[in-house]
Design a protein around this ligand. Structure first.
Ligand code: HEC
Ligand code: HEC
Length: 430
């Protein structure tokens, strides 16, 4: 796959994009090089020809994604003492208020009735422990026992990928429902949760508490800088050769695959699972194996599960189809969107792994990119974009209308009010 031909092409595009990204590659014919030029096809067009995923691997991956802590209890319990925090202070109401979600399908009928008729108190941390015992708190794994006083105790607690990358459909009540794996939990306030740890000093607590819901800084504990990014979706990524906003994850840096690169990064360096991560590009080696690698052999299944989840289609009647058709014309033409958001997944990263310089992002934060391995941006895929406001890596556009407004101003597109409205309808339809 990695032909000599691709390297000069990539360099050419990289050099070229330093001068201008607005010059459209849209319309170029694919150059007979398999899927390496899919990014040049019109947006939404082109067949990825991806191999079928192994269903048993996908099934294994689902268990890992939802329930695997990789042994990170040694951090969340022994170091941060989050078990004590939850046991003494976190009622279900508090848990829901910081964005934690409850898997309604894990609740026995008696518990459902008890919550409905008020005999089970949502103001009592003991109820939270009972929910953890049922394995019903999304992304949190607890080992619960009963003390001699009859009260439940939280002996160990750890976190899983689902904490940040799953939500629920609110079918029972807000925060309680069926799991929606790979949907980002933009209600979750991970920084605030971590800031409750008694093990942190006041200055560190203040940084964590400042991030706000739906945001997390996965580099703070490495470089000490502080500009969190929004939690992105983990769906719709199959076929994308580079993972993360800045394309840090690729098969060159993780043989198991681009998403597996970042899964190892997070499982080891952020969740503190027992494993190993090293990347000379960011000058970081983290070894928490303690004689036991609980991460590496789970990466292929975990990645297969993520790859199995497509971006969710826009709900019926959630956009005006006629306006969306007109908006597509703006996307391809006057808006110049398709020069970067091209190809089957609306990103030119499918064009041999192409990334863009700092100036390509119209987000308000300009610095995050410099903290990463590539120091470049990946053009974000746009399928399912209706689902995960706010937008851009820093969440600086609250709505799709704000996105369009931002591009109109920064790129001086001079779109009329109705052109902007049509473009928004098109984005809502992707
Ligand atoms: C504390 C919250 C948190 C946890 C836990 C977490 N992530 Fe993430 N994840 C993030 C953030 C924030 C980013 C964005 C980082 C970036 O792009 O620089 C991210 C990025 C990703 C991406 C890249 C998406 C893309 O567009 O390329 C994937 C995939 C992903 N995470 C999967 C996982 C998996 C699998 C796990 C468990 C091993 C996990 N995450 C655990 C917060 C989290
Ligand atoms: C020069 C290349 C380029 C052009 C042209 C471009 N984009 Fe983007 N787009 C990007 C990059 C890079 C990002 C990620 C930036 C970030 O998160 O900071 C992005 C992000 C986005 C996002 C947010 C995705 C998310 O997950 O939050 C939307 C929506 C979007 N672009 C729509 C558009 C529209 C509409 C146009 C045309 C008006 C357009 N883009 C033109 C490169 C481009």
């Amino acid at each position: 796959m990695k032909s000599k031909f691709m390297i000069p092409t990539l360099l050419l595009f990289a050099a070229f994009s330093l001068f201008s990204c607005s010059k459209s590659d849209f319309g170029h014919p694919p150059q007979g090089n398999g899927d390496s030029h899919l990014g040049l096809l019109p947006p939404g067009k082109g067949d990825l020809n991806l191999p079928a995923l192994d269903p048993s691997l996908v099934k294994q991956g689902q268990q890992i994604f939802r329930y695997e802590t990789f042994g990170d209890e040694t951090f969340w319990t022994d170091v941060l003492q989050m078990n004590k925090v939850i046991e003494t202070a976190v009622s279900p109401k508090t848990a829901l208020a910081v964005g934690l979600k409850v898997d309604a399908t894990a609740l026995p009928a008696a518990v459902v009735t008890g919550i409905q008729n008020g005999t089970i108190s949502l103001d009592d941390p003991q109820t939270t422990l009972a929910l953890l015992q049922l394995n019903a708190v999304v992304g949190v794994k607890g080992q619960v026992s009963q003390g001699t006083d009859g009260k439940l105790k939280l002996d160990r607690v750890g976190i899983t990928c689902a904490l940040c990358h799953s939500t629920v459909d609110n079918s029972f009540t807000k925060g309680i429902g069926k799991r929606l794996d790979a949907w980002p939990n933009r209600d979750l306030n991970p920084g605030l949760i971590i800031s409750l740890s008694p093990a942190l000093d006041a200055a560190t607590k203040a940084v964590y508490a400042s991030w706000g819901p739906g945001r997390y800084d996965p580099r703070f504990n490495h470089d000490g800088l502080n500009n969190p990014v929004v939690i992105p979706p983990a769906y719709g990524l199959y076929g994308i050769p580079k993972a993360t906003f800045t394309g840090d994850g690729d098969v060159e840096h993780e043989p198991a695959g681009p998403v597996a690169y970042w899964n190892r990064y997070v499982a080891v360096t952020q969740m503190h699972g027992h494993g190993y991560f090293a990347d000379p590009r960011i000058n970081w080696v983290v070894d928490y194996r303690q004689g036991d690698d609980l991460v590496t052999d789970k990466l292929p299944a975990l990645q297969a599960y993520e790859y199995s989840i497509s971006a969710p289609a826009a709900p019926a009647n959630s956009f005006n189809a006629a306006a969306a058709d007109r908006g597509k014309v703006i996307f391809l033409g006057k808006g110049k969107c398709a020069s970067c958001h091209a190809g089957p997944l609306y990103t030119d990263v499918l064009d041999g792994g192409q990334l863009h310089p700092q100036s390509a992002s119209v987000a308000l934060d300009k610095e995050y990119v410099n903290r990463t391995a590539t120091k470049l941006w990946r053009v974000s895929p746009l399928k399912g974009i209706w689902q995960h406001a706010p937008y851009f890596h820093d969440g600086s556009a609250a709505t799709l209308a704000d996105v369009v407004e931002r591009y109109d101003q920064v790129k001086n597109l001079k779109l009329s009010a109705s052109e902007k409205a049509d473009l928004v309808e098109y984005l809502k339809s992707l």
